[in-house]
Design a protein around this ligand. Structure first.
Ligand SMILES: [Zn+2]
Length: 433
């Protein structure tokens, strides 16, 4: 059996122990274990270590003690009606956090070869002592006062000459180790989902987190809730209507011509000038992967494609996408038109030699941190359009003729695999399928 292709940000090895998210005693035991590690965010920006000059060294994972002020009073999970009190045995209070910042239990990184452990019968071993490996949690502390955040940053242990700081993630995650990047992808999507969803979608009342951040439910359903004359929340009847974390599938595809020697790349209007990539779009309800690929290419470039093949997937936690990397084939003599959904600024077929030259250039598959920051501003409506070609210390003659995504993005993988001859238009030669 061939191994599947594992993209950067994928391959998360944690044992998520989903059957223990509801076990308050388990959560209370492991959260204070001296083995526990945290990924900390400030409004979606992860805590990283950087050099004194600001170069990202890696993701900072820290223990529970520097964070203890941000976790609120105990109990951390299974909270009751009043602060400091545990709730009664109740289905809706399993691993529940009624007040305080949302905390997410990500899973346990077990040592190589260890058998996975506690069954759903887990009952208090001493201090979670039968857990092998590192439990991982995540939190966003962006709502804390600045001076508190400053003190926290100073308390984070770092190597000599380094400092702890919150960083723009898309420009920084390529500097994380593959292990940290894969856990970060889970953490960022989960923390973001918790922070964006504070109210019940059915009745608008505040909601609360159950199952260590993996389910949200309406506070009017709490056993002690006094709802007065308010109509019962629709989520409390019939099938219990919890809100579950989102994953938004996106198709991203390298379209090859019929000879397999040319690739269709385009520049989205949000991208920096000179930067082209594979076309992409959200998969819609009622659609298959193949149909979404065909529709998106038609909408964005006005051409018909066939022979869609899946290659590999990549979690993309901005905030909760799952990129489904595909190849497809098109007759390159079709007229490309960008005026249908008007999303692209330019698109054309590039030859293998053109792309190979760009990949060989040291700046050919690089997006700079300030460009990611600008992209984020454009996407959030704070800026209208990408800046022009960024200032460069090299002369125009020494710049690549265009740029493509780095290998840390699945689009970069699709392009590079093709250039390296591992893909043709008729069959994917890679042994990774
Ligand atoms: Zn409700």
């Amino acid at each position: 059996m061939a191994e599947n292709y594992v993209n950067f940000l994928a391959g998360n090895p944690l044992n998520r122990l989903s059957w223990l998210r509801s076990k308050t005693k388990f959560l209370e035991d492991i959260i204070e274990s001296n083995k526990t590690q945290w990924i900390v965010f400030k409004n979606g920006y992860p805590l990283a270590t950087t050099s004194a000059e600001g170069q990202v060294k890696g993701l900072a994972s820290i223990g529970t003690s520097p964070l203890v002020n941000f976790l609120g009073p105990k109990p951390f999970f299974g909270q009751g009606q009043t602060e400091g009190q545990s709730g009664p045995e109740h289905k809706l209070l399993e691993g529940a956090r009624i007040r305080g910042r949302r905390l997410v239990f990500l899973g346990v990184h077990e040592p190589e070869g260890s058998a996975a452990l506690p069954s759903h019968e887990f009952i208090n071993p001493e201090n979670g002592s039968d857990i092998q490996g590192q439990p991982w949690f995540s939190i966003d502390i962006g709502d804390a006062p600045e001076d508190e955040l400053e003190r926290f940053l100073e308390s984070v242990p770092v190597a000599a000459g380094e400092k702890a700081t919150f960083v723009e993630p898309r420009g920084a995650h390529g500097s994380f180790s593959p292990l940290h990047a894969s856990i970060f992808a889970e953490a960022r999507s989960m923390v973001d989902w918790n922070n964006r969803n504070k109210f019940c979608p059915a009745c608008g009342s505040p909601n609360f987190a159950m199952w260590a951040g993996w389910k949200l439910t309406c506070s009017t359903l709490l056993p002690w809730a006094d709802n007065g004359s308010k109509a019962p929340c629709p989520s409390g009847t019939g099938l219990q209507n919890f809100a579950h974390p989102r994953t938004d599938p996106v198709v991203i595809m390298a379209v090859l011509d019929q000879t397999g020697e040319k690739i269709l790349l385009g520049r989205n209007k949000r991208f920096p000038n000179g930067f082209v990539s594979c076309l992409a779009g959200f998969l819609e309800p009622g659609e298959t992967i193949e149909k979404a690929v065909q529709r998106e290419i038609w909408e964005e470039a006005g051409i018909r494609v066939s022979d869609v093949k899946y290659h590999s997937a990549q979690p993309w936690p901005y905030p909760a996408n799952l990129m489904l990397g595909c190849y497809a084939t098109a007759d390159a003599s079709q007229t490309i038109r960008l005026d249908l959904d008007n999303e692209l600024a330019e698109a054309r077929f590039y030859t293998k030699d053109e792309v190979r030259a760009v990949l060989a250039h040291r700046d050919g598959a690089v997006l700079r941190r300030n460009e990611y920051k600008r992209l984020e501003e454009v996407e959030s409506g704070k800026a209208l359009a990408p800046e022009g070609e960024p200032a460069s210390t090299v002369s125009a003659l020494d710049r690549p003729s265009f740029r493509v995504p780095p290998i840390s993005a699945v689009a970069g993988v699709l392009i590079t695999e093709w250039v390296n001859g591992r893909i043709t238009n008729v069959a994917i030669k890679s042994s990774n399928l």
